[in-house]
Design a protein around this ligand. Structure first.
Ligand SMILES: Nc1ncnc2c1ncn2[C@@H]1O[C@H](COP(=O)(O)OP(=O)(O)O)[C@@H](O)[C@H]1O
Ligand SMILES: N[C@@H](CC(=O)OP(=O)(O)O)C(=O)O
Length: 456
């Protein structure tokens, strides 16, 4: 049995849905289909999830929602019309949105998740109607009834262990199951979404739960490339990489697959294949447990912008027992998560995603660090990027860091921080945001340009 997930770009229009239907029908093993909300049809287009977020915000601000609602409904309407489906389908979707909009008083976050999740829920219904219209025995699955239980972290749900046992039962259902991605339910029945891009997570959870032979993740590129194709022109394709490598790369900016989607598949050993809906015969990229990393020690280069650092300096910091704990306690009290904490003898930096900070929070943190820890200097800086080179083979190789720093020096990129994880799967360079693209391009030139052969 295979579980396949189709992303927003794969379901953005009637034409795309036809391709997806052909892919599903071409392999009898494709029994469970996880769908996203309709995505972008062209570069400047807006994803339905973003239209829904705008709709929810308008409703919460007590503004007129007529236009915002119509924008969402018309995306489904156009698909339904072009697929010659009955108008009833669109009416069902409109009624569903209206009933969700009527729950505004139940709490902002709860309401926002309920609105956002309608994108995948209604698309799953629409796609099952379409398959049925083609004579396929397709059945929409309600994640609540199927038992996809998650934690009550609005917009950032985590799957609960019991969900796997519930979802195993999907194996016994007949026909092709159409499962909406991106959300689950708390055990007491409240809808909560995963973080953005979370349909990949749903697919991985379901694939792991039903013990699938393969989890196919269909998107709009032929493979995962060694660098973001929006930054490097025509980059080398990756044929095979490990779960750990993919997790590092997704975390660091490879938006093609959600970083949290690796864990469920990894735990169960379900291989993941990234494939192209627009070119389904292309081989795609396999994500597996082991690869021969001596052939290609480095598998990819990623970069992510929007980091901030809290820099702290205190003479004899190294001698002060409990300094680090106190510092991190302040960060914890503010509800912040941090990504890296490189340290010297008398100073340390806490690197974190900048969008978590507000100016008031910054002021509070600086004041508290000054007061509670009696430091010589503390300040916050913004607009950093983390550039990461990733590869399981680097621990066996001498000179990888030298080759990387040489590349950055070649293009005049100043390195503010270097961090090599203990497992030696990646090296992270903290640089300023504005340098990120040229850093990736030159690292790519240094590590990959001699070869245009796919890497594995
Ligand atoms: N290293 C990479 N390899 C392939 N695609 C990448 C990479 N980094 C970023 N991307 C981007 O990820 C996009 C696919 O992800 P996404 O837009 O989330 O698709 P979907 O709608 O299928 O979920 C590609 O079109 C590409 O622009
Ligand atoms: N539609 C949701 C979830 C998702 O996974 O979408 P996509 O498969 O288009 O990345 C989002 O935009 O976040």
């Amino acid at each position: 049995m295979k579980v396949c997930k189709f992303g927003g770009t794969s379901l953005a229009s009637a034409e795309q849905m036809q391709k997806v239907a052909n892919i599903v029908m071409s392999d009898a093993e494709r029994k469970i289909v996880v769908v996203s909300a309709p995505g972008k049809r062209f570069k400047e287009d807006t994803k339905v999830t973003d239209l829904l977020i705008a709709l929810g915000d308008k409703a919460l601000a007590n503004e007129d929602v007529t236009d915002a609602l119509q924008r969402v409904v018309s995306r489904y309407e156009q698909i339904a019309n072009d697929l010659n489906l009955s108008k009833d389908v669109v009416n069902i979707i409109k009624d569903d949105l209206l009933s969700r909009l009527a729950t505004k008083e139940e709490g902002e976050q709860k309401f926002s998740d309920l609105i956002k999740a309608s994108g995948e829920d209604n698309n799953a219904k629409l796609f099952s109607y379409y398959l049925q219209s083609l004579g396929v025995d397709a059945n929409y699955v309600d994640p609540k009834e199927a038992g996809l239980f998650v934690s009550k972290d609005y917009g950032n749900a985590q799957v609960l262990p019991e969900a796997y046992d519930h979802l195993y039962e999907l194996r016994n259902r007949k026909g092709i199951l159409i499962f909406p991605g991106f959300f689950g339910y708390t055990p007491d029945g409240e809808l909560v979404t995963f973080s953005r891009g979370g349909s990949d997570i749903t697919g991985s959870i379901v694939a792991s739960a039903v013990d699938a032979e393969l989890y196919e993740n269909f998107t709009d590129v032929d493979s995962v490339f060694v660098a973001n194709p929006n930054v490097v022109e025509d980059p080398v394709e990756i044929e095979e990489l490990t779960y750990r490598e993919m997790r590092e790369l997704s975390y660091a900016g490879f938006s093609v697959f959600h970083d949290e989607a690796l864990i469920p598949a990894f735990k169960k050993g379900v291989p993941v294949c990234i494939k192209n809906t627009n070119n389904p015969t292309a081989k795609g990229t396999m994500i597996v447990n082991e690869r021969n990393y001596l052939i290609n020690p480095i598998i990819g280069i990623a970069s992510e912008s929007g980091f901030s650092t809290i820099y702290v300096r205190k003479y004899l910091m190294n001698r002060e027992v409990g300094f680090g704990r106190h510092l991190l306690e302040i960060i914890e009290d503010e509800g912040l998560s941090y990504e890296h904490m490189p340290s010297g003898i008398d100073d340390t930096s806490i690197i974190l995603k900048g969008d978590q900070l507000t100016p008031e929070m910054e002021e509070r943190i600086v004041a508290r660090i000054k007061e509670d820890l009696d430091v010589d200097d503390v300040h916050v800086e913004h607009d950093f990027a983390m550039v990461m080179i990733v590869g399981e083979g680097m621990k066996e190789m001498v000179g990888i860091a030298a080759k990387a720093t040489e590349a950055l020096a070649n293009v005049g990129v100043n390195i503010y921080m270097i961090n090599q994880g203990s497992s030696e799967v990646s090296i992270v360079f903290g640089i300023i945001d504005a340098d990120a693209d040229k850093a990736v391009q030159e690292l790519y030139n240094n590590f990959f340009v001699e070869t245009k052969d796919p890497v594995a």
